[in-house]
Design a protein around this ligand. Sequence first.
Ligand code: UDX
Length: 436
Amino acid sequence: MKIAVAGTGYVGLVAGVCFAEKGYDVTCVDIDEKKIAMMRQGISPIYEEGLEELMQKNNERGTLHFTTDYVDAYRDADAIFIGVGTPEMPDGSANLSYIAAVSRQIAEVVEKDCLVVVKSTVPVGTNDKVEQFIKDFLVHDVKVEVASNPEFLAQGTAVHDTLYAARIIIGTQSREAEELLKKIYEPFGLPIVSVKRRSAEMIKYACNDFLALKISYMNDIANLCELVGADITDVAKGMSYDERIGARFLNAGIGFGGSCFPKDTKALKFLAREHGYQLKTVEACVDVNSTQKTRLFMKAKERMITFSGLKVAVLGLTFKSGTDDLREAPSIDNLKLLLGAGADVYAYDPKGEERAKALFPEGKTEEGTMKYVSSITEALKGANICFVFTEWAEIKAVTPEEFKENMHTPLVYDGRNLYHPAKMKEAGVEYYSIGR
Ligand code: UDX
């Protein structure tokens, strides 16, 4: 079985590597020559636990190939997985131009019957269009079907989430396509839920938006906890024992970020509106998240006369721990506000510095100054205020005494509820978190 994978981002690359790990002959295609050259040497363009090891292993045993030559990769593939991005358009809809570009390439080069499997998150109904589009542009007399196979991996645990997924969703419109996809996934030994194509597309949005809603709900309750004198950590603990609610995704904080939840909530809201329906729950979730991101900054603003000329320690920049990704990270909104208010920001992140530098170059901006430091202590030393944006273990390990001893003014705004309020108070740290 010959598998080709279009796109080597989180979805495409991890899928390709995992298929190779299961023994398939896999060719990953990307337009970026530099990236392809790196991956041929077993270097991953993304930081993801266990990924490089599997890349190197499968490169060596010859099951994994990387190329920019899509003609060669697609021509005689049995299945072509599409894992290219569907970024957000300014109006919140999904940008399908990368999917369209790959579909057209496939149509023009396939010389044998094949199954095109869309892993990218696409609005419901897109795969019908992809199939039609490919048929419209087909050059050779072959049969091409399109299946939906949404991806549920989370960044930081992508390889594990793929090899040991809770379930595989396959959406097909024919028995042959269903059988082929089932066969491809057989070596994974995972539960398979086989549905029609549009349902598969909807499952992906319904899952992501449900989780996003869960987080926004907890953030909403957390904000109310502050007003009524309850503690969200205790509330979440109490809720977690109810199996109908579940113990995960109950952490209130600075709001969700990343490449999926922000984009997929807006995309579903847009899709509903397009069909004349208002998805009120999801719209509320988007609104709650948007104000949540800067809630702590607003709180700090109420306390301070100015941020101008103050040393602000920022601990954590990535949208969550375990990744170097900053997409939609709450830190971005806050850094804009802090720098705009004239702060001298000293930021520390164990993995995100490089990507952060592309957004906030080091040096003086019109108002404030951006500086990256290589340790937490360097960030805290002499700081007037500290913001915590990511729950990295080493940030969580900072003791109240360290804040007290290192900072000029021990004033901490914690967007991840990492520290114990009573212990911070005891050490003499003025401490604000979410919902407690
Ligand atoms: C998510 C989904 O989990 C995954 O199934 C889907 O395929 C892609 O989107 P990811 O974006 O990698 O994965 O991260 P996830 O761990 O789900 O966290 C998303 C955001 O929610 C992060 O900003 C995280 O900090 C936040 N979050 C998560 C909370 O604020 N509270 C929680 O309790 C859990």
